[in-house]
Design a protein around this ligand. Structure first.
Ligand code: SF4
Length: 294
């Protein structure tokens, strides 16, 4: 493992994620802009988001002041040194913070004291999976606190929503989560949904949906139909960018499932704001870049 290559390219992964909005997200915002009335509040906000994104990219500055929680997901070949990779990732986060790609944004939960390098217990978050490829697939998502705060979890049946343990019940939960998020979480956002699992795995799987490209559809037909229906329903809510009205209340809905116990039926909804920071890279055994992802 060539430490210098690994650290350099992990810092570059962080820089791209923090400062360069992925093309699929930018395209969806651009299409939404075309649907809004010129000079409306919605049009102005979407246009400002695109200008912000262009400036962040041009000047290599964070897209949002809240650099968010950094979640890395590594898929590594058999026998790969994951402890070494974890340690290099922590140094890369500290370096990216020193270089200004990440704002100092991590505090002790009790004392409120700042971790100046953004390296702390469970920060950054790292997940390691084993894959069949010889390269390391490194993905990074940065998720801000404002949108994290509006995530919701439901245990069905829910009498207040009239939500039973079926897909119609799931639909009601997602619409409720969007309704409750209005005015917070920096809309238009993307909804990551998990049907099933337990309380912890449900939220984790809901967030996994953010690794999917915005233009894709679920390979499971019934879920693809649910995603389409939710997209249409949310549009009709006219919550609009920043909750100030308009046709664009969401940039997409992604639904996944996990198995569950007969006694539980959780629906977990994670909300990702318009500043949807997600990037990836395939790295060779010496840390060289094979290909950037997204
Ligand atoms: S919710 Fe997103 S856009 Fe809003 S402040 Fe947080 S990271 Fe920034």
């Amino acid at each position: 493992m060539k430490k210098a290559h690994w650290e350099k390219n992990l810092v570059e992964l962080i820089r791209r994620t923090s400062t360069d909005l992925p093309a699929d997200v930018e395209n969806v915002i651009r299409r939404a802009l075309g649907r809004e009335k010129k000079d409306s509040t919605a049009h102005n906000f979407l246009s400002m988001m695109l200008k912000n994104a262009a400036m962040a990219r041009r000047e290599s500055v964070p897209l949002c002041q809240d650099t968010g929680t950094l979640s890395f997901r590594f898929t590594v070949p058999t026998g790969f040194d994951t402890n070494g990779l974890a340690s290099l990732t922590r140094s890369a986060v500290a370096k990216a913070t020193r270089l200004g790609y990440l704002r100092q944004n991590t505090v002790d939960s009790v004392s409120g004291e700042l971790y100046v390098t953004n390296v702390a217990p469970a920060a950054p978050l790292m997940t390691f999976l084993q894959g069949a490829r010889k390269t390391v697939d490194a993905r990074l998502i940065m998720k801000g606190g404002g949108c994290e705060n509006v995530g919701q979890q439901y245990s069905l049946p829910d009498v207040t929503l009239g939500a039973s343990r079926d897909l119609e019940g799931v639909r009601r939960c997602v619409l409720d989560a969007v309704w409750k998020a209005q005015g917070r979480g920096c809309a238009p956002g993307v909804l990551g949904v998990c049907i099933g699992g337990d309380r912890a795995t449900g939220y984790a799987h809901a967030k996994e949906q953010f690794l999917r490209k915005l233009g894709d559809r679920s390979e499971v037909k019934v879920l693809a139909r649910l995603e389409d229906r939710l997209t249409r329903d949310i549009r009709k809510m006219e919550i609009g960018p920043m909750g100030l009205g308009g046709k664009t209340s969401s940039l997409g809905v992604k639904v996944g499932t996990l198995s569950r116990l007969p006694a539980s039926f959780f629906v977990s909804v994670s909300y990702m704001c318009w500043a949807f920071r997600r990037r990836g890279v395939l790295l060779g055994p010496e840390g060289g870049v094979h290909r950037w992802v997204y």
